[in-house]
Design a protein around this ligand. Sequence first.
Ligand code: C2O
Ligand code: CU
Ligand code: CU
Length: 478
Amino acid sequence: MTPSATLLTVLALLGSPAMLAAPDARELPEGPSRPDSDILLSPPSLANISRVPRTVEVKLTAAETKLSILPGKISDVFAYNGKLPGPTLEVREGDRVIVHFTNDLPVETTVHWHGMHLPYESDGSPFHPIPPGGKRVYTFTLRPGSAGTYWYHPHPDHKTGYQIAKGLYGAIIVRAPDDPLPATLTEKLLILSDNRFQPDGALDFPDPHSSEGLTDRENGRECAVILVNGRVMPTIDIRPGEVQRWRVINASAARIFRLAIPGQTFVQVGTDGGLFEKPVEMNEILISNSERVELLVRGSGKPGETTVLQTLPYDRYVPQTRPVDWNKPRDVLKLRYTTQPPAPPVVIPAMLRSIPAIDTTKATVRRNITLSAGLINGKTMDMSRVDVTAKLGATEIWEVENIVGMDHPFHLHGFQFQLLDRNGVPEKDRRWKDSINVPKHETARFVVRFDNHPGLWMLHCHILDHEDHGMMAILEVK
Ligand code: C2O
Ligand code: CU
Ligand code: CU
């Protein structure tokens, strides 16, 4: 393939050519300097302490600390290396990763590497709790083709939602040696979450028996304050005509984001397990709990203008506990156009990579997984029970059916899968996924191959209150 055969300009993908042509690229004066405290900051990257080639060795500590989340207020939080979100684990395909983890929390915890294909002992599932003061070394190797956006978070039995709400979550970025997108694109990481505070800034956890507590139990802990990288309504600066690459993670316990920028489209280039085969133009992006998306966002406004990234109403609820203001759009962040001259056009490849299909004719097992109110296949989680046994090396087709009137985002540990159809309608594009939303009364079918890594793996709803109350099951691969 010659590059010119695979290239497609953003002109076609991203809208009006006139906006991209930079007709009068005369230098414009910069605006007056302004306090940039509201600028969206990316979490720092974990420092690599290894000298060994293709090895990333890092230290991660979870501890209690005090941080300002709301302006002028201090909150008691749990944080990785004192940061909220935790520092980003930045690695490359083929790297061997060694994480020296210390639990300085007063409670037991684990670190789960969400979406990673790794040995069972390093999954950080509830099978391997780390007591207060304890340590654990997590090791895994990033296989070719796994470049993408992932995240890490605690996964102790029954306490995942609480510990993530207290501040324990961070991003993982796996880079490819042959990333097809231009390296010149400005990259932004957006870890979306929400939280609830008392007037003094303390994190608010309602009494589980109060009506707020019972609503949280039903809906999941959806909170009024939306955060991006732990900040309220931060600002991203974008140059007119510039194309930015955004990696977005939904780290919230229960909120499903339906992202849109009024009057403009996104080009989605990737999801959980990395880039798509081809970019797709989208008016809005639905991102359920624990999913990731990679987007190209074009600065289609005029110099000095501002606009917002919003989350649009999305009805995932049962009528009894649907929040009164569910149908109002919410602002997530401010997008501010600089006064620089328009950026020159950017060329985006029409073909990003090829994703080999998992051969469904090799599937030896078809399974039905039923999601209902708090239950998987009619049961709550039992750590001493294996719910599903699969043969090492097997290809299986799973049909996940939601039989109730509330959405449940379904997640499988350890293995990326390919969605085949939803409600019998075939998926148009092949993508690597580890989490999918299964809306009310809908069914999704995927194919998965248990190619290696025997062990015990969790499958669960990623609404954390559902997971913590037992909407989780155990898959044994052997
Ligand atoms: Cu994001 Cu079982 O986890
Ligand atoms: Cu996971
Ligand atoms: Cu659920």
